[in-house]
Write a protein that binds this ligand. Structure first.
Ligand code: HEC
Length: 119
């Protein structure tokens, strides 16, 4: 009977030890590397994110498109300079648009020229 127990130990102990051994780097090398893929989406109709070219369009693109599309601007009635000034001020003061002072005037000039009522 002692011989049977001894044989059982000899056979079982290495099996348990092998099962508990963490996988080696060879096993890890067989797994496929992570592959990143890109996908694209189509936005609905009038969500355009560009302004008409012109002096100041770069500043408008930089500061006016972080929260909404350019359609918010291009669908307004032709506003005069005072109204565009007020609009830019509203975006800054009421909605917290981070537009430096030096760019605010250039933007409202651009909006008046491009989307506004020229005086
Ligand atoms: C910090 C976010 C933010 C930025 C940046 C921003 N806006 Fe807005 N804008 C808003 C919000 C919020 C509304 C209101 C949306 C609504 O009522 O559905 C809005 C609405 C508007 C409207 C619609 C009329 C109105 O007064 O509600 C115009 C025009 C407009 N923005 C122009 C601009 C221009 C021009 C700039 C750049 C000078 C600008 N926005 C930058 C947040 C922003």
């Amino acid at each position: 009977m002692k011989a049977v127990a001894f044989i059982a130990c000899v056979l079982v102990v290495p099996l348990v030890a092998a099962a508990a051994t963490p996988p080696t780097h060879k096993a890890a090398a067989k797994t496929k590397p992570a592959v990143s893929s890109s996908t694209s989406i189509t936005l609905p109709g009038d969500l355009s994110f560009d302004f008409k070219p012109g002096a100041g369009s770069r500043a408008a693109t930089t500061y006016c498109l972080t929260c909404h599309s350019s359609a918010y601007v291009s669908t307004q009635p032709p506003l005069d300079k005072a109204h565009w000034d007020a609009e830019v001020t509203k975006m800054r003061k009421a909605y917290g648009a981070a537009i430096p002072d030096k760019d605010a005037g250039e933007i409202s000039d651009y909006l008046t020229q491009t989307y506004g009522k020229k005086s």
